[in-house]
Design a protein around this ligand. Structure first.
Ligand code: HEC
Ligand code: HEC
Length: 200
């Protein structure tokens, strides 16, 4: 009697476990229904802004950024191909399965409207080169020359210049083209480009 009931319960549990596994394989994690995952994404807002406006000048806008670019960066932070203490840690809070749905959330939000300089800034010499990969309007591309390229238009001056300098001095190496291109520019040229791009 006991054994019979026990095996019935065990059988039910097995069915439940199999169903759970099958649906986990089909459905990507959903931050709207999975509280723990949703809570992880709440943390991002502490720095990247709950309205998409970053909380500091060296923190990038991620709302409305190219999805494939965000995905590559989170992966690069996770495996250490891109090093920044906070983000290596933050990306590490997400499971492999949670990376893609996280980037979908942020990419689908609207790039925040921020104050622009009253007068347009003239494009500095050499900036046309950047358009080959970052697009004519500097909005980035899902894929260009074999890699996702980020939107640069309207990213903050401080973040842009720091990203460009890190490529130039070899601290950020997660794209060989960007390292080469930034090494070929003087600090003043990088500053002029960051100034222009942040004004767009
Ligand atoms: C404590 C502050 C902080 C928190 C919390 C934080 N970030 Fe970041 N994030 C940063 C900073 C600073 C950078 C810039 C890193 C650098 O300069 O290389 C960054 C960069 C990024 C980038 C690269 C963007 C680009 O344009 O290259 C992505 C993607 C990103 N964060 C996603 C997230 C996600 C998703 C979360 C939540 C799981 C999160 N961040 C939580 C501070 C934070
Ligand atoms: C051959 C294609 C190519 C060209 C040309 C190019 N870029 Fe990039 N750029 C990329 C790619 C790809 C990335 C993303 C690298 C990665 O995966 O982290 C990138 C990243 C960046 C970033 C980092 C943005 C962020 O959110 O962290 C900045 C800033 C940037 N490029 C500025 C420039 C400027 C300015 C020029 C022109 C002088 C330029 N790029 C020319 C391909 C290019």
């Amino acid at each position: 009697m006991f054994n019979h009931r026990f095996s019935a319960v065990a059988g039910t549990l097995l069915v439940v476990a199999l169903v759970a596994r099958a649906s986990a394989a089909q459905d990507a994690p959903d931050p709207n229904t999975q509280r723990e995952f949703g809570a992880k994404l709440q943390v991002c807002g502490a720095c990247h802004g709950n309205d998409g406006v970053p909380k500091g000048p060296t923190i990038p806008v991620i709302w409305g950024q190219q999805e494939s670019y965000l995905e590559k960066q989170l992966h690069d932070f996770q495996v250490g191909n891109r090093s920044q203490e906070v983000m290596n840690w933050m990306a590490g809070t997400l499971t492999q399965e949670e990376v893609k749905p996280s980037t979908v959330v942020f990419a689908n939000r609207k790039w925040p409207v921020q104050a622009r300089p009253a007068a347009a800034i003239a494009p500095p010499p050499g900036v046309a080169v950047c358009q080959a990969c970052h697009q004519a309007n500097f909005m980035g591309a899902a894929q260009n020359e074999g890699a996702p390229t980020p939107r640069l238009a309207g990213q903050s001056y401080d973040y842009l210049v720091s990203a460009m300098n890190r490529f130039a001095n070899g601290e950020r190496t997660n794209n060989a083209d960007m390292v080469q291109i930034m090494k070929g520019l003087s600090p003043a040229q990088r500053e002029a480009m960051a100034h222009y791009l942040s004004s767009l």
